[in-house]
Design a protein around this ligand. Structure first.
Ligand code: AKG
Length: 362
């Protein structure tokens, strides 16, 4: 007697799911389109497995991630370096205040991203595509066809470096703000990478190349009618060097710490910074990248965030623990790899929790 394994891709249940996902993708209107259509229950391909859902309410209410005030750089640089080193080597996630970006630009950037996602359907669907050929793509769930369950958010992705998307390709409704935002992220990124590099005893220029490859993602998390059944963004660690994130006041971002999940509470005018896997590896585990996730949005208003991932630009370049940071007492914990190999592995794996560093661990 022949039997069909339960996991067979040809089973009726999974076939229906694939069809439903394709139909959703073909609307080119994302989760925002579902909400605008008036749905009261979420399509079943958004429902996450019990092991994910049972963990959603486990969070430590009393803890906060570190906040570092950058205004002290000129008066007490070494104290700031020490605080950043501490935050990067423990939680791997921190907020920075007094970073020099005008508060008015923070607000304009969020407002412009919100305006993109709230354009009439025909404007949004024009740029709905999964390929990044033009440097701009609007999609719901970058890993829609790879993940076990979809997440309740839509995203506008824009390549900023080393080659910026064609100006005309960047949607007009957010064009000026995105390009202005990029200039500020480069400035803040250079400052932070310099201080983090000094924190490891290296020169301030050692990580300069990590601002060259930049991708912006502007997320939109619409209200979710069944927030206990799905997530806004699956738990994952960022693959690159450093992420600079601007979030609005709604909240929902959480980071995994030794004490469990901790809310990254919106701090007015602060930027959220997190260490990526690449920086963890080249620092030979001195700095830590951290798993983070976003809960499905149960508040009455949509949540908007804008992240810029800072990466090296040369995909053929070899990376691994820096020789300056390894010794007989502290041997290299990772093998060398090209950044291309690293990213290929990341995209194959999807946003399914933190395992990327393990692929390269010796
Ligand atoms: O929306 C957020 O706050 C987090 C975004 C994020 O983690 C990501 O884009 O990788």
């Amino acid at each position: 007697m022949s039997t069909t394994p339960l996991s067979s891709p040809l089973s009726a249940a999974s076939y229906d799911r694939i069809e439903a996902v394709k139909q959703f993708d073909n609307t080119k209107l994302g989760v925002k389109g579902l909400i605008d259509s008036g749905i009261k229950t979420i399509p079943s391909f958004f429902v996450h497995p019990p092991e994910t859902l049972s963990d959603l309410n486990s969070r430590s209410q009393s803890l906060n991630i570190p906040t570092v005030d950058l205004s002290a750089i000129s008066s007490s640089r070494s104290a700031v370096i020490h605080q950043l080193h501490h935050a990067a080597s423990t939680v791997g996630f921190f907020q920075v205040t007094n970073h020099g970006v005008p508060p008015e630009l923070l607000r304009r950037t969020i407002a412009a991203m919100k305006a993109f996602h709230e354009q009439p359907p025909e404007q949004r669907s024009k740029v709905y595509r999964r390929e990044m050929g033009t440097g701009v793509s609007y999609i719901s769930n970058v890993d829609l066809f790879q993940s076990k369950a979809a997440s309740w958010r839509d995203t506008l992705q824009i390549r900023l470096g080393p080659v910026t998307a064609d100006r005309e390709e960047v949607p007009e409704v957010c064009r000026e703000q995105v390009l202005e935002w990029d200039r500020e992220v480069v400035r803040v990124g250079e400052v932070l990478l310099g201080l983090l590099s000094e924190g490891l005893g290296l020169s301030a220029e050692r990580f300069r190349e990590f601002v060259e490859g930049r991708v912006l993602v502007g997320h939109y998390y619409p209200f979710c009618p069944q927030p206990d059944l799905t997530v806004g963004l699956n738990s994952h660690a960022d693959p690159g060097a450093l992420t600079v994130l601007l979030q609005d006041h709604v909240g929902g971002l959480q980071v995994r710490t030794e004490d469990g999940w901790v809310d990254v509470k919106p701090v007015p005018d602060a930027l959220v910074i997190n260490i990526g896997d690449l920086l963890q590896i080249i620092s030979n585990d001195e700095y830590k990248s951290a798993d983070h996730r976003v809960l499905a949005n149960s508040s009455g208003e949509p949540r908007v965030s804008v992240a810029v991932f800072l990466n090296p630009s040369n995909r053929e370049k070899t990376f691994g623990p820096l020789p300056e940071l390894t010794s007989t007492e502290k041997p290299a914990l990772y093998r060398n790899f090209t950044f291309n190999e690293f990213l290929t592995r990341f995209f194959k794996k999807g946003l399914d929790g933190k395992t990327l560093t393990n692929f390269f661990r010796l």
